[in-house]
Write a protein that binds this ligand. Sequence first.
Ligand code: 1PR
Length: 600
Amino acid sequence: MAAPPSPPPPFASVSASQLCSNARSFSPFSSSPSLLLSRNNAFYRNKYSRVKFKSSSTLSFRAFSSSSDSVVTLLDYGAGNVRSVRNAIRFLGFDIKDVQTPEDILNANRLIFPGVGAFAAAMDVLNKTGMAEALCTYIEKDRPFLGICLGLQLLFESSEENGPVEGLGLIPGMVGRFDSSNGFRVPHIGWNALQITKDSKILDDVGNRHVYFVHSYRAVPSDDNKEWVSSTCNYGDNFIASIRRGNVHAVQFHPEKSGDVGLSVLRRFLYPKSTMLKKPTEGKASQLAKRVIACLDVRANDKGDLVVTKGDQYDVREHTKENEVRNLGKPVELAGQYYKDGADEISFLNITGFRDFPLGDLPMLQVLRLTSENVFVPLTVGGGIRDFTDANGRYYSSLEVASEYFRSGADKISIGSDAVYVAEEYLKTGVKTGKSSLEQISRVYGNQAVVVSIDPRRVYLNSPDDVEFKAIRVTNPGPNGEEYAWYQCTVSGGREGRPIGAYELAKAVEELGAGEILLNCIDCDGQGKGFDIDLIKLISDAVSIPVIASSGAGAVEHFSDVFMKTNASAALAAGIFHRKEVPIQSVKEHLFNQGIEVRI
Ligand code: 1PR
């Protein structure tokens, strides 16, 4: 999962491009737990280039010391934010030692490598800093290693991501992109169960439970790498979900975002000798589970406290004499509760972000920081992501705003108003400038980290020809019997209608790099009468990125309805959860009973 450039790479002074050995030169894995590699101290020629590998004999290991048993070495090469991995490690009672030099890798008692960003950029850093060589040496020595996501992919020979680009070459195979031509939405975002193919220890608690993936590229199992593969998953085709050889583990999913079961994966890696009960490891690869998302609209109330609020068609004020902002609870507490209740994701929408400068909104950043310390499912935050000049004339790019959100614990950011302006401009000129918020943030953090939140309002028509935007026949005619409607996008929390439809916007933002669409509907918001199926079907059929259905959930049946009648990948609700009318687990159980795959 990509995220923000937080601390600068600590090892920028190391030079010399050195790559790992070609995996084909490995001895086949035998019963010995140690990895028998033929590279040793020799120069070698890799399949993809002429890069030569220098002797690693100059790099020394030190003995374990029991005082360091509670320390995990973390390879954070500075290309992104690994805050959630840090939080999960600390949550499990370990201290973190950051890798500063290649020697820190070699001296680690246990090393976690949460790869972030793009494959080529990561390899570039690893090569330039000498980390590539150190990593290979460490892994060859069969030292405790856990790679996460890109940290798995980099172990392979190469990747076609902006490439082909050469990887560490420890495992045979090329990392390729998912094929979206057969209707599978790329990136692959969400929860799947695994097909566990061999005893891998760290997966002992996983069984049939779902883990969280977010990626566009994957390695596939083959005869050449079957010795490594410990589980696979199916998303259009079979791909490698985890590898294990001796003490070397890597997972394509995100244990730090996979709830309890993910924490158990980390715990088993960190405490390999513990006497934790071993549970059956058999698992059956599943379909992608439909996600249930709890949404917290957050804003300051009139006393200045940050509260969770909830609107009726976006009106969040009580209809009383005082006209107060409706207060439904405290953001950190509610998010923690929804995590425990089984929410697959939590979204925070800073609903006044369009008018306030979000980086001035320190409480919101604090909410994210505190939430991410105890909530181990994906967190999305939206509101106010745009270029901004503050009162002192200091300019902040939307990328900086997003980066601050990521640094504070968000896994994804959501752009509302600014995406509308960007799409309008793009449709007018046909030019991708590369400078819009959407393009910049998705380029730096990956499109899986960028959600576009659409706030459309239904506009009824007698004929689809009455408007230049995509109009559809609606299931429920308008107040004057109109049979058609188009869905007009709005900005500033629904306050201003814009000359663009939800359909046009969705297609444009997909082209500009959005990884997911959060599809609200102002007419349905807070009404509890069900999702706008017409709208959700229209948009989820029009784009190949995941669509989150939002607005209008009032009963468990509304969730099965939206999943059965549309191609939505997730359903989001707010009011029914805040008012405790329907528990998240009831939604999940209902979906399960209807034959819809969910994470239980
Ligand atoms: O425009 O980039 O600053 O982002 C602002 C964000 O805040 C947008 O995502 C926009 O949807 C959201 N927002 C702005 N004003 C409001 C408001 O309510 N006055 N909230 C608002 C919109 C959207 C939903 C809601 C569902 C489910 N809330 O996500 O949670 O409709 O509700 P329900 O289950 O109770 O029906 P920018």
